[in-house]
Design a binder for this molecule. Structure first.
Ligand SMILES: [Zn+2]
Length: 440
């Protein structure tokens, strides 16, 4: 699966041997942007000319000419040769090829409309982003803890290297890593878990900064089930919260959507059958001759049958819920389902006592397994009392329907807030650390 992450770049003066400051670098890069525009327009012009020739040829000969007979190679190859052979441009050859390819493809995609006169001929203007081939990007970290990320970007051909008096074909930039997810992507690119693909570099005028739109391909598990392809993202977690009013609430961190199963179904069934059970047990005390003298089990048989019935109903529901939950995880490309480890947790909550956690969690595990989804368990600590938005832990917060953050004021349903916390990797450790901090 292909994804893009935007990374602001800072020219790393200390890592480039050149006697360049960022102002000089900007000027050179802007020059490359203008060249990119000129290259793309040149490709469009060549394609347009060739198409004109080809349509004349067709009118005369009733068939299109063979590109190889006319220009000795494919039109695509011809445009690259014409551009690179001109010697006008400074672009690194593989990037130059990516640039001509881009314009060639865009021409092909819209030539039908252009010929019909439905749209004007493509004309690139303004600053065109620099096309970067995957070979031109090299990401590394200067330290073992991955504190600083640097990216070498090959931008120049040999001639330009001399022209600008550079020692390398690349310039080195420091990646401005603003969040954990970007950090994680960069780490995985370095480790080779994610494959870097052709990307773009452009100047962000508002921020007055260069930016790399890094395209990467992550190895998604592809499991065909019912002929459907399934993609699981390596680091996507579905947080699952089991709550008293809603037995299951699940969400992906940062996603305002959630998966909710209303617990009323089982609770209503339980209440109904419970009433019937009590009345049957009462009846058993006054039962007729048939049930007397055969021990307590026989005497209470109808009541036991109802216990079975509740258990069976619960089993059916747990199957149904766990399936729907795992399907939700698959739909959201989650490779991990995270839940609280509730074994041994005593609760004053009657519904949870009656509800079989262990059974539900086991069923979730089984079904997740079928898709290659991992189930992870967290130690239950303040997951309902932490604001999933800002991280504030409010130990005093009463468990009500809504969680209202005393710090940032955010109001969310309590079960959604909890599921958001549970969807964070290693949240139990994060909470432990922030509690330690607040005590010191
Ligand atoms: Zn908050």
């Amino acid at each position: 699966m292909i994804k893009v992450v935007k990374i602001p770049l800072i020219y790393a003066e200390e890592r480039n041997q050149e006697d360049l400051d960022y102002k000089k670098v900007n000027e050179i890069l802007w020059q490359l942007q203008r060249q990119t525009r000129s290259i793309k327009n040149k490709v469009i012009q060549l394609c347009w000319e060739y198409s004109g020739f080809a349509s004349d040829y067709k009118q005369k000969n009733n068939e299109y000419p063979n590109e190889k007979d006319v220009i000795g190679m494919s039109l695509r190859g011809y445009t690259y040769k014409a551009v690179s052979g001109s010697g006008e441009y400074d672009l690194y050859s593989v990037n130059m090829s990516a640039t001509t390819d881009k314009a060639y493809k865009e021409f092909n995609n819209s030539k039908g409309e252009m010929f019909k006169g439905n749209r004007s001929i493509i004309n690139y203007n303004g600053d065109q982003p620099l096309e970067l081939s995957k070979q031109s990007i090299y990401i590394f970290s200067s330290d073992e803890e991955y504190k600083n990320f640097y990216i070498n970007i090959k931008l120049f051909n040999r001639k330009a290297k001399e022209k600008f008096n550079l020692s390398e074909l690349h310039l080195c930039f420091k990646a401005f890593v603003k969040d954990k997810s970007t950090r994680c992507i960069l780490e995985r690119c370095i480790a080779g878990e994610y494959a870097i693909a052709g990307s773009l570099m452009k100047y962000n005028r508002n921020k007055k900064m260069w930016q790399l739109n890094l395209v990467y391909d992550f190895p998604a598990s592809k499991i065909s089930k019912n002929g459907k392809k399934i993609f699981l993202e390596g680091d996507k977690i579905l947080g699952v919260f089991l709550d008293y009013t809603h037995p299951i609430c699940a969400s992906v961190y940062g996603d305002s959507n959630s998966f909710i199963v209303d617990g009323d179904e089982i609770e209503n069934f339980r209440r109904k059958t419970e009433q019937r059970r009590r009345s049957l047990l009462r009846q058993a005390k006054y039962c007729g001759d048939g049930r007397i003298g055969h021990g307590i089990k026989t005497r209470n048989r109808p009541a036991y049958k109802i216990e079975d019935k509740i258990a069976r109903f619960r089993d059916t529901c747990n199957h149904k819920y766990s399936r729907a939950l795992v399907e939700y995880a698959v739909k959201n490309n989650c490779s991990v389902i995270q839940m609280e480890n509730l074994t041994g947790v005593s609760t004053d909550n009657k519904f949870l006592k009656n509800w079989s956690y262990y059974d539900l969690q086991t069923k979730i595990e089984q079904k997740a397994n079928e898709y290659g989804i991992t189930v992870k368990y967290l130690k239950p600590t303040y997951l309902t009392r932490r604001c999933s938005s800002c991280g504030t832990i409010d130990k005093e917060q009463e468990l009500t329907e809504y969680f209202i953050c005393p710090d940032c004021g955010k109001k969310m349903t309590a079960f959604y807030n909890a599921s958001q916390n549970i969807a964070i990797a290693k949240i139990d450790e994060i909470i432990k650390k922030s509690l330690e901090k607040s005590e010191n």
